[in-house]
Design a binder for this molecule. Structure first.
Ligand code: NAD
Length: 498
C-alpha cells in the first residue's frame, strides 16, 4: 500500500512555471496514519530552492480534512503507545538514530537545497543534531519518574507525570530538522502521539527523516502534514482533540495561535522571535566577541532566533569592535549553500530578501552608518544578502527593536555598565542575550540582571541539556533536555491514606 502510493505519486508530472531543478525529487507525500498520502483535495505546493529558484519537488497542500484524519489517527494510536514502557519507546528512537546515520549526508544536502543553509557550517550540523537528539531522548525516556510526598503521618501523595495525549506541533523553515527533532523525540518518548505541521518553504528534509522514523514507529504515532499555516496550521491549532500545541515561529503567528488555544484551555509551548543583545563590556576579549557576534552573519544567514543581532558595546571598545566586526563580515564567502567553502547561503525567499533589504534601507534613513555589506552580492541567481553591519545605532531605531531575521547586526554604544544593562532589557523580546567580559564573576552578575530566557557568557554555544525558551514576547514555556520531558507531560497527584 505504502509503496504503491509513494511510487504512484512520484509519477505525477509537474505543472509549474518555474524551471525544474537538476536535483528534482518529485512529489513527496505526507504521512497520515502510517500511510504516505496526497491532500484530500489533490492540491500540491511547489518547493523552490532559494539558491537558484528552481522547483525541487512538490508536497501536498494539506487542509482541514487531512488534519482531521491525522488527529484521529494520533488519538487512536495514543492508548497503545502510552502503555509501552518508556524504555521500549526509547529503544525505538535508538534504532531510528542508527538508521538515520547512513542517510545524514543525503538529507543534509536536501536541506541546503530547500532552505539555503550552508552545507558545511549548518546543514550537516543540523542533521547530526537530529541523530544526537534522538539518542539523547532515547536515553532519558522514563526519567520523569514520580515523587512521593508524605503529607502527614497518615496521608501520602504520589505525584507522577502523565502524557498529554495528541500533541500538535508547528515548525518554521529556518532550522526545520533540528526544531522538528526537538518536538518529535521528547513528545513521543514521553508517551504522546504527534501531528507535526511542516513549514511550506522547507518540508522535504523533515519528510525524509519521517520516512525513516515510520519504519520503526506504530501506525498513527507520528503524523506529518504539509501545507500552509492559514490552512493546515489553523486546522491543527483549533482541533478540539489536540491537547497541546507546540509552536516554533514568529511572535505574530504565536500570538494568533495562543488566542485560539486559549479559548479551549489548550496547553501551549511557544518558542518565538528574538532580538538578542550582546553586551560587550570594557574588559571584553574582543576577538572572542567578534567571532561570537559574527555568527549572526555566518549561521543560517542570520535567520536564527538566537542570533546576537543587537550589539551593545562599551564606548572604550566600540571602535575596535566595529572595525573587527566589519573585517569579519567582509571575509565570509556568500554563495551556493552546497559549495564546501560557502559560509553565508541565500535567505529563504525573494520576499524575505526584500524585507531584510528594506530594513537596511530603513537603518540608513534612521541614521545608522553601513560599515559592511548593504549591497546585494553580484550573484546571478538566488536570494543572497551580504553580511551587513550597521554602526552608530540607537536603541529606539526600528532596526534595533524589530527582528530582521537576516545577516544584519546593529551596534549601539554605551558609557556605563548600568546603562548597558538597561539598554539590553529595553526590548519586547527576551530569548537569549550574551555578555562578554574577562571577569567571569562580573559577567555572571550582569547575566542575572538580563531579562532573557538564556544568557551566553563569552560564548554563543548552546547545549543539548540546557533549558531553552523566552522571557517576554519570545515565548512561553521551556524545552530541550529534561525540560522537554516536562513540556510534554502533566503532573498528576495521587493521594491515599498511608
Ligand atoms: P512563521 O511564524 O511565519 O511560521 C512558522 C510556522 O507557522 C510555519 O509552519 C507556518 O506555516 C505556520 N503558520 C503560519 N501562520 C499560521 C497560523 N495562522 N496558524 C498556524 N500555523 C501558522 O515563522 P517563520 O517565518 O517560518 O520563521 C521565522 C520566525 O521563527 C522568526 O520570528 C524566528 O525568530 C522564529 N523562530 C523561533 C525559534 C525559537 O526557538 N524561539 C526558532 C526558530 C525560529
Amino acid at each position: 500500500m505504502y509503496k504503491r502510493q509513494f511510487l504512484g505519486t512520484i509519477m505525477i508530472t509537474q505543472q509549474t512555471t518555474a524551471p525544474q531543478s537538476e536535483h528534482h525529487v518529485g512529489d513527496t507525500p505526507m504521512l497520515i496514519a502510517g500511510e504516505w498520502t496526497e491532500a484530500a483535495d489533490g492540491r500540491w505546493i511547489d518547493v523552490e530552492s532559494p539558491r537558484d529558484r528552481t522547483v525541487l519537488g512538490r508536497v501536498p497542500r494539506g487542509g482541514a480534512e487531512d488534519v482531521e484524519r491525522a488527529v484521529t489517527a494520533a488519538a487512536r494510536a495514543f492508548p497503545g503507545w502510552r502503555e509501552l514502557r518508556p524504555r521500549d519507546r526509547g529503544d525505538l528512537f535508538r534504532r531510528i538514530a542508527d538508521a538515520l546515520e547512513p542517510e545524514q549526508e543525503r538529507i543534509a544536502r536536501l536541506l541546503s537545497l530547500e532552505n539555503g543553509n550552508a552545507i558545511r557550517t549548518q546543514s550537516r550540523g543540523e542533521m547530526q543534531f537530529v541523530v544526537d537528539a534522538f539518542r539523547y531522548f532515547a536515553g532519558v525516556a522514563g526519567e520523569t519518574k514520580g515523587e512521593s510526598i508524605p503529607l502527614n503521618s497518615l496521608v501520602l501523595d504520589y505525584s507522577r507525570r502523565e502524557p498529554l495525549g495528541v500533541v500538535g506541533a508547528i515548525v518554521p523553515w529556518n532550522a526545520p530538522l533540528m526544531l522538528s527533532a526537538l518536538k518529535i523525540a521528547p513528545a513521543l518518548v514521553s508517551g504522546n502521539t504527534l501531528v507535526l505541521k511542516l513549514a511550506e518553504d522547507a518540508p522535504l528534509a523533515v519528510l525524509a527523516v519521517a520516512r525513516i522514523c515510520q519504519e520503526y514507529l506504530p501506525e498513527g504515532v507520528l503524523n506529518v502534514i504539509t501545507g500552509y499555516g492559514t490552512e493546515a496550521g489553523e486546522a491543527l491549532t483549533s482541533h478540539p482533540a489536540v491537547a497541546k500545541l507546540s509552536f516554533t515561529g514568529s511572535t505574530a503567528v504565536g500570538r494568533r495561535i495562543a488566542e485560539v488555544c486559549g479559548r479551549e484551555m489548550k496547553r501551549q509551548l511557544m518558542e518565538l522571535g528574538g532580538k538578542g543583545a550582546a553586551l560587550v563590556l570594557d574588559d571584553a576579549d574582543i576577538p572572542s566577541a567578534v567571532s561570537g557576534i559574527g555568527t549572526t552573519f555566518s549561521f543560517y544567514s542570520g535567520q536564527i532566533c538566537t542570533a546576537p543581532t543587537r550589539v551593545l558595546a562599551h564606548r572604550s571598545v566600540y571602535d575596535r569592535l566595529v572595525e573587527q566586526l566589519a573585517a569579519y563580515a567582509g571575509r565570509l564567502k556568500v554563495g551556493d549553500p552546497r559549495e564546501p567553502d560557502t559560509v553565508v547561503g541565500p535567505v529563504i525567499s525573494a520576499a524575505h530578501r526584500d524585507r531584510v533589504e528594506s530594513y537596511v534601507e530603513l537603518g540608513r534613513k534612521e541614521g545608522a552608518v553601513v560599515v559592511a555589506g548593504g549591497e546585494r552580492p553580484p550573484l546571478a541567481t538566488g536570494f543572497y544578502i551580504a553580511p551587513t553591519l550597521l554602526a552608530d545605532c540607537t536603541n529606539d531605531m526600528r532596526v534595533a527593536r524589530e527582528e530582521i531575521f537576516g545577516p544584519v547586526v546593529c551596534v549601539i554604544p554605551f558609557e556605563e555598565e548600568e546603562e548597558g544593562i538597561a539598554l539590553a532589557n529595553d526590548t519586547d523580546y527576551g530569548l537569549i542575550d550574551y555578555v562578554w567580559s574577562r571577569d567571569v564573576a562580573r559577567a555572571f552578575r550582569v547575566a542575572r540582571r538580563l531579562r532573557a530566557g538564556g544568557v551566553g557568557v563569552n560564548t554563543v554555544g548552546r547545549n543539548m541539556e540546557a533549558p531553552f525558551g523566552g522571557f517576554k514576547k519570545s515565548g512561553v514555556g521551556r524545552d530541550v533536555g529534561s525540560y522537554a520531558l516536562h513540556a510534554y507531560s502533566e503532573v498528576q497527584s495521587i493521594v491515599w491514606p498511608g
